[in-house]
Each structure stands twice: as structure tokens, then as C-alpha cells.
Design a protein around this ligand. Structure first.
Ligand SMILES: *[C@@H]1O[C@H](CO)[C@@H](O)[C@H](O)[C@H]1NC(C)=O
Ligand SMILES: [Cu+2]
Length: 123
């Protein structure tokens, strides 16, 4: 009985450590900091080190912008053509980074060409 409780306790400690480590590793970033997801946000990523699992929060006035997860070509060409591109519209969109390049643009009229795009490399 006492032994069983001991190992249950041990399992819980290990579980807690794992949870704490995961929380410690994943960071949350508000894109554009105080300005949010807006024009000329491109470059905000410079000097930051992103990891897979980190979360980007895109804040903007709902209806004024959107966030489209595109491929690298979509970032460079301001092109949303891939049919599998995911579109976020909530104004408070949380997107978890995957390993490698993560590219996002706003597909409203000419916003992407006005620097409303992001290419983030996560390790
Ligand atoms: C990520 O994007 C950069 C900049 O365009 C490019 O040089 C690099 O090859 C890309 N990496 C991958 C894995 O596609
Ligand atoms: Cu926009």
C-alpha cells in the first residue's frame, strides 16, 4: 500500500516536471508587439530565436485584416493561391510554429505588399 502510493507520487512528480519543462520551452509572442499585426510588421522577427511549439498571437481589428498561412512562395509573391492555405480571421489568432519556415500574409487588397507579412524560421 505504502509502496504503491510512493510510486504514484513519483509518477506525479515526473509528470509535473515534464509539464513544467514543456511550458518553459514554449514561448508566446505577440506579433508586432504593441503595434500588433499591421503594415510593415515584416522584420519584427529579426533578432528573435523561435522554436517549434512557440505560439504567435496575431492581434488586429477583426474584419480589417486576416492571417493566411502560406508557403515561402506565398510570402515572397504575396500570393495566397495554394488551396490548402489556412485563413484566420478572429483578430486574436494563435498559431503554433512548426519546425522550419512559417509564412504568413494578410490577404486584404494590397496589405501584403505594404509589409503585412512574416517569414519565421523555427528550429
Ligand atoms: C526558409 O526561408 C529562407 C529564406 O527564404 C530560405 O533561405 C531557406 O532555405 C528556407 N528553409 C527551408 C527549410 O525551406
Ligand atoms: Cu491587412
Amino acid at each position: 500500500m505504502a509502496k504503491g502510493r510512493g510510486s504514484a507520487m513519483m509518477a506525479m512528480v515526473v509528470l509535473c516536471l515534464v509539464v513544467v519543462c514543456e511550458v518553459a520551452q514554449a514561448a508566446t509572442y505577440v506579433v508586432g508587439d504593441d503595434n500588433g499585426w499591421t503594415f510593415n510588421v515584416d522584420g519584427w522577427e529579426k533578432g528573435k530565436n523561435f522554436n517549434a511549439g512557440d505560439v504567435l498571437v496575431f492581434k488586429y481589428a477583426k474584419g480589417s485584416h486576416n492571417v493566411v498561412a502560406v508557403d515561402e512562395g506565398g510570402y515572397y509573391g504575396c500570393d495566397v493561391s495554394p488551396s490548402e492555405a489556412k485563413v484566420y480571421t478572429s483578430g486574436n489568432d494563435q498559431i503554433t510554429l512548426v519546425k522550419g519556415n512559417n509564412s504568413f500574409i494578410c490577404s486584404f487588397s494590397d496589405h501584403c505588399n505594404s509589409g503585412m507579412r512574416l517569414l519565421i524560421s523555427a528550429s
